[in-house]
Design a protein around this ligand. Sequence first.
Ligand SMILES: Cc1cc2nc3c(=O)[nH]c(=O)nc-3n(C[C@H](O)[C@H](O)[C@H](O)COP(=O)(O)OP(=O)(O)OC[C@H]3O[C@@H](n4cnc5c(N)ncnc54)[C@H](O)[C@@H]3O)c2cc1C
Length: 474
Amino acid sequence: LVSTGTARPAGGVDGILPTLRAIVGEQGWTDDPAKLAPHLSEWRGRVVGRTPLMLQPSTTEQVAAIVRTCAEARVAIVPQGGNTGMCAGAVPDASGAQILVQLGRLDRIRDVNVEDASLVAEAGCVLADVKSAACAAGLYFPLSLSAEGSCQIGGNVATNAGGINVLRYGTMRDLVLGLEAVLPDGSVLDNLRTLRKNTAGYDLKQLFVGSEGTLGIVTAVAVKLYPDPGPLQTAMLALDHAGAAVLALAKLRERMPDRLLAFELIGARPMDFVLRHIPAARNPFDLRYEWYVLLDAAVPAAELESALIDLAAQQRIADAVVAKSHAEQTALWRLRHSISEAERREGPGIKHDISVPVGAIQEFLDAAEERLRARVPQAEAVVFGHVGDGNLHYNAHLRRDVPDADLGRLGDELTRAIYELVTEMGGSISAEHGIGVLKKEALRRYGNPVALAAMRTLKAALDPAGIMNPGKVI
Ligand SMILES: Cc1cc2nc3c(=O)[nH]c(=O)nc-3n(C[C@H](O)[C@H](O)[C@H](O)COP(=O)(O)OP(=O)(O)OC[C@H]3O[C@@H](n4cnc5c(N)ncnc54)[C@H](O)[C@@H]3O)c2cc1C
């Protein structure tokens, strides 16, 4: 019934290369190994693939013609945006028979409509440019992540990106009003509307959000814009336990509903890594605490300070600092944004992007600690995340004295321990990073069988030949 493996070319991929090159013209393709290299490797180098040709179409019509040509020849296609994804979904496999379609030349902002508070961007627009275009019109596009200088809006749709402002504005799924996509047979789904209400049949745009290139190629997106939230105050809180962050969040939300934009939890270990490895990083407190929260609130400074003084008086937080200047805000956020880099410098880690119900965060952390102690005592948890969304990056580093020969086995055992716990608690093994290749086996193991069967049915219905990003997700 299902075709999710690599499509088998009827006439071979080589036979269609001249046609594909002609569709995009001289500027739109390369087979130069040096130019291909960065596109063939997942950004951490964890997966490296091959391709006979990378295409960079500049119009939706070109994308449609590429897909039609590949569909007729049953040649597999891998869509790629900024290649910042965390699960290696955007790189081809090692067969050398998959065509890479990189969307970076589809980079026009087609419309910004102030009355409608909407923006239409082509899929290859870099997220930071979409945000700037909204800002230039006096409005605000809230999706915000550390990779915003290189990830693309089409990639954000394809991965249902989250980031630091989900607490107030939701994930990409909540921000998409409509989209345009090329289906696996080469037809163009024109669903590029900015309607706030539309109950005329299935909501097809949502099918593409989080589909990681397996159902079609997104070529343009219509998104919601918001009023500019105005100047933000940034504060860092120090806490003795993570559960205090959830309580502090609830209290602050009562006082400033809809004005709290970001609320990020940082454990002591990731903070230690940042202070050790990132030049000029500085602990804003005199002491080392077990947990920290970094928050952004769109309220006057005095209002935030008074709320934090009350939290401290109620002993809900141990300490707090409020940034007094843009430079101090930037320095505080640099601590958060540097965690991935600091982790990399610390040594290889095992990463998990999980979610549990917000109220169960402390319970999850306690149980996870217990299981690690019992099953992989050589591991140390490195935890940070978007606490208001119940989304933790529950990473772990194995002690340096662990022999190389044991690393793989212990890493697998550790991941099993975490994913089993997450599943028992009704959580998700992938909160915001998707599945790609790296989590495909985990989805098969921990996913709901009925949901997985429905996903396979959808995939087979839309892509019966299995040409669209085969080997990813399911
Ligand atoms: C430093 C750093 C911080 C990050 N922080 C966050 C974070 O806070 N929250 C978060 O959610 N993510 C985060 N990410 C992950 C990543 O940035 C997001 O997943 C982003 O949405 C991927 O966009 P991209 O354009 O790079 O997509 P790619 O990596 O190129 O592709 C990702 C997947 O989408 C598919 N795809 C890409 N473009 C299209 C298209 N036009 N049509 C169909 N399929 C397509 C690809 O085939 C692949 O399966 C971070 C990454 C880095 C490097």
